[in-house]
Design a protein around this ligand. Structure first.
Ligand SMILES: Nc1ncnc2c1ncn2[C@@H]1O[C@H](COP(=O)(O)OP(=O)(O)OP(=O)(O)O)[C@@H](O)[C@H]1O
Ligand SMILES: [Mg+2]
Length: 233
């Protein structure tokens, strides 16, 4: 599996530009974890990467401030106005040389704000935790996404990603059924792992860690997500 993922990464074109939104109106589902790890993985693969933080909490910007100088570069862009309303002009401030723009979004982004936001993106990633409450809240969020004109009128792709997955958790099966119903032919997940806490603390992503045997599952999970985004349909 590892070599299969590695082989495919070599042929991904790095030119062209993609806007990738990480969103869920449910708090704590893993938006910032997924956005920062995705940015780190893209940067490690050689893509010119920008990470836009549209959340007033500034989790992704704080992560960027801790990023070690030797780590592959990522450009930080603030998507938040002083009063906490997302600045809709952040796209203008992303350098034209950037090929992958990853946006971490605030909790409870709904209705008009969600509709306006969706129009800008090529791919939408929705992390969901394995719990009945989270699955219910995410179902409501996905309904809003699907009916949004910004989503329906163009060729966008949506990936629902199970986060903090532990196969021993009895809600894992409920989550798997949910992800399959969402049309994912390949169920994508991130494991529940201490490594994500460490990465959040050190300004790195699992892709930046050398200790690959120990963190193999987390690293491969991230690459599978990139593989799905980069694979043409
Ligand atoms: N796969 C994981 N394994 C272990 N811990 C995780 C994982 N994903 C997220 N966490 C932890 O869960 C907490 C919430 O994650 P995160 O901040 O990414 O969620 P969020 O959706 O961005 O939250 P908010 O809605 O507040 O912006 C953090 O402490 C994070 O480190
Ligand atoms: Mg967050």
């Amino acid at each position: 599996m590892t070599s299969e993922v590695r082989v495919r990464t070599r042929i991904w074109p790095k030119n062209g530009r993609k806007f990738i939104l990480v969103a869920n109106s449910k708090g704590g589902s893993g938006k910032s974890t997924l956005a920062t790890n995705l940015a780190a993985a893209y940067a490690r693969l050689g893509f010119a990467t920008s990470l836009v933080d549209c959340d007033q909490q500034r989790s992704s910007l704080a992560w960027m401030e801790m990023r070690p100088p030797m780590a592959p570069p990522i450009t930080a862009v603030s998507g938040c106005a002083e009063v906490g309303v997302p600045q809709l002009d952040w796209a203008l401030r992303v350098s034209p040389d950037t090929s992958r723009v990853i946006v971490d979004s605030p909790v409870a982004m709904r209705d008009q704000r969600l509709y306006d936001t969706l129009q800008k993106f090529d791919d939408i990633l929705v992390p969901v935790l394995p719990s009945a409450v989270d699955i219910r809240a995410t179902t409501e969020f996905l309904k809003e996404v699907y009916i949004s004109p910004g989503f329906r009128t163009s060729n966008k792709r949506l990936f629902v990603i199970g986060n903090r997955v532990d196969k021993r958790n009895k809600y894992f099966h409920q989550l798997s059924r949910f992800l399959k119903r969402m049309g994912s032919h390949e169920v994508m997940t991130l494991p529940d792992s201490y490594v994500f806490l460490r990465c959040a603390d050190e300004g790195i992503g699992v892709a930046d860690l050398n200790d690959s045997a120990r963190y193999e599952e987390a690293r491969i999970s991230m690459l599978k997500i990139i593989n799905a985004i980069e694979t043409k349909v």
